[in-house]
Design a protein around this ligand. Structure first.
Ligand SMILES: [Mg+2]
Length: 314
């Protein structure tokens, strides 16, 4: 029988988890005291928090503990990047059933550690409680490195809308898993953990992005957040959106239109930003639309018919 969380006890488990988190240069006091202390070079701290609940945001039979740990960290690290910042540290709150395997929990910790390592962030602390299902609450901290933060509210008529990263992959993977399939692997893996272009966030800030967010709820929903905060209208052009061959194949196998996943699928954590039209953009930033006076989001000039993406508390 593997050790369960209740066999090891809260403090034993916290010690075992903490031992897996190397501490970066910016950490003055790491895990083990009442609170951690991190150095802040610029004098400004970017903070975000996000929760994941088993059954609603992940399933233990669809994703490994490692993937769940990576995804949970990625969602928070992505929000830091979407401000134009570089993540430096996360803290983790974990609710865990008493009969949860210790090995599963340590794998979860490894996933968080590995995703944080991609951006040079440290896991600096957290807490653990018993709960009926696995619940994760992560707080991420970030550093602007002297850049101005890119808010959602700065888009102006005449700007272009550009995206860096994947759209629709995670949703396609989720549809595949929901039908009981395990391939195409690239799409299934994209649902299990996003490939976030973290450095595109600070890059956009450097390039002079006027507004930015990451695509967690879906392209139309998140473009809608930019439009609403900036008091502008955003038009997206379908022909500029990329549908991969794998997505096309899954679409025809499932009798679904993959364009719907690209427009409304969440969880890929692409960076979505507006830029003044004259800014030359690096190749990985694809222009997919334009900003106009007005309000709301349009697709090819018309209101989108259908569900625009993930709605919280639906
Ligand atoms: Mg976000």
């Amino acid at each position: 029988m593997p050790d369960s969380v209740s066999d090891v006890g809260e403090f034993g488990l916290i010690d075992a988890v903490t031992a897996r988190f190397p501490q970066g240069d910016g950490v003055v006091v790491g895990p083990g005291d009442d609170a951690a202390i991190i150095a802040v070079g610029s004098g400004r701290v970017v903070v975000t928090t996000d929760m994941l609940v088993e059954g609603r945001h992940f399933r233990r039979d669809w994703s490994s503990a490692r993937d769940i740990g990576r995804k949970a960290a990625a969602q928070n690290l992505s929000d830091i990047a979407a401000m134009g910042a570089r993540a430096t540290a996360i803290t983790v709150g974990l609710g865990a059933p008493g009969d949860l395997d210790v090995a599963w929990t340590l794998e979860l910790a490894d996933g968080m550690r590995d995703e944080c390592a991609r951006v040079g962030a440290s896991v600096i602390g957290g807490d653990m409680v018993s709960s009926e299902t696995v619940v994760l609450a992560i707080t991420a901290l970030g550093e602007l490195d002297g850049l101005e933060p890119v808010l959602r509210s700065g888009a102006r008529a005449g700007d272009v809308l550009a995206v860096c990263g994947r759209l629709g992959w995670a949703e396609a993977g989720l549809r595949v898993l929901s039908r009981g399939f395990r391939s195409p692997r690239a799409l299934v893996d994209a649902h299990r953990c996003p490939e976030v272009p973290y450095d595109a966030g600070p890059e956009a800030a450097t390039l002079g992005a006027t507004a930015m967010c990451d695509v967690s709820d879906g392209l139309l929903a998140d473009a809608g957040h930019l439009a609403e905060s900036s008091h502008v209208r955003i038009d997206i052009e379908r022909e500029r959106l990329e549908i991969t061959e794998a997505m096309r194949e899954v679409g025809s196998a499932l009798g679904a239109d993959p364009m719907t996943w690209v427009l409304t699928g969440g969880d890929d954590n692409a960076m979505l930003a507006t830029f003044p039209a004259q800014v030359p953009l690096p190749e990985r930033w694809r222009v997919i639309g334009r900003v106009y006076d007005g309000e709301g989001v349009r697709v090819d000039g018309a209101p989108y018919e259908g569900d625009a993406g993930h709605v919280h508390f639906s």
